[in-house]
Design a protein around this ligand. Sequence first.
Ligand SMILES: *[C@@H]1O[C@H](CO)[C@@H](O)[C@H](O)[C@H]1NC(C)=O
Ligand SMILES: *[C@@H]1O[C@H](CO)[C@@H](O)[C@H](O)[C@H]1NC(C)=O
Ligand SMILES: *[C@@H]1O[C@H](CO)[C@@H](O)[C@H](O)[C@H]1NC(C)=O
Length: 227
Amino acid sequence: MLFPTLGALLLATSVVAQDLTEFVGTWSSGSGKVITGPNFADPSEAAFKYPDVAGISYSFTDDGYFELARYRFISNGSEPNCIRGVLGWLHGTWEVLSNTSIVMTPIWGDGYQQIQDPCAARSNFVENYNGTELYSTYAFSTDTADGRRRFQLFEHNGVPLPPMFLISETPTMLPTNKLRNVSAPATVDNQKRELGADSGSGDRVNIVDKAAVVVSMAALGLSSLLI
Ligand SMILES: *[C@@H]1O[C@H](CO)[C@@H](O)[C@H](O)[C@H]1NC(C)=O
Ligand SMILES: *[C@@H]1O[C@H](CO)[C@@H](O)[C@H](O)[C@H]1NC(C)=O
Ligand SMILES: *[C@@H]1O[C@H](CO)[C@@H](O)[C@H](O)[C@H]1NC(C)=O
C-alpha cells in the first residue's frame, strides 16, 4: 500500500511543478494591446497609459509574483447607453491551490482602478483597489491555428475570462515590491484624461464611441468583458 501512495504523491507533485512553470511569462488577450508593465500603469501617479483597445493581461514570475492589467467595458442591459469603462492594475503574490483554484493576493494599497461612467454623478475617477482575486480554475492549451500558447482563467463563479496568449516568456512587469504610498491614496480626480484617449497620439475618444468595440467583442464571444 505504501508504494502506490508514494507514487501517486510524487506524480501529483511533479504535475503541479510543471503547471507552475507554464504560468511564467506575460499573457494578453485579443489583439495583445493590453500588456502588464510600464506601458500600462504608473502606480506612483495612480495613472494609466491608455491602450488602443480593451483587453486583459496577466504576468507571473517563477518566485510567486503576479501583475494584472485590465481595460474593460461593462454594459448594463437596463441602461444601454451607459457603458462603463474600467481600467485596473494590481500586483502581489499568487498561488495555485490543491483544487486548481488560483488566489492572487494584492500588495496592500498598491492596486487602483479608473472608472468612467458617462451616466454617473462622478463620471470619471480613480480609486484604490485591494481585491484578493480568486479564480476557480485555469486551462492551458496550444492554439490549433497558429501554435501559440493559450491560457484561460475562470472567475470565482466559473465564468471564463477571454483567452490570453503568451506574448513573452520573460514576465513584463513593474517591480514586485510596494510601489505606492498608502498615505496618499488615489482620490476623485475629474482632471484625469478620459479613458480611450491614447497617451501617444493624443486622440481623444469618447467612451460612447466604444459601443462598437463592445459589440464586436461580444461577437467574438468575449462577453465576459461585459460583466
Ligand atoms: C443596471 O442599471 C440599473 C438601473 O440604474 C441598476 O439598478 C443596476 O444595479 C445596474 N446593474 C449593474 C450590474 O450595474
Ligand atoms: C483598501 O483597503 C483599505 C484598508 O482596509 C481600505 O481603507 C480601503 O477602503 C480599501 N480600498 C478599496 C477600494 O477597497
Ligand atoms: C478551492 O479551495 C478554496 C479554498 O478552500 C476555495 O475558496 C475555492 O472556492 C475552491 N475552488 C473551487 C472551484 O471549489
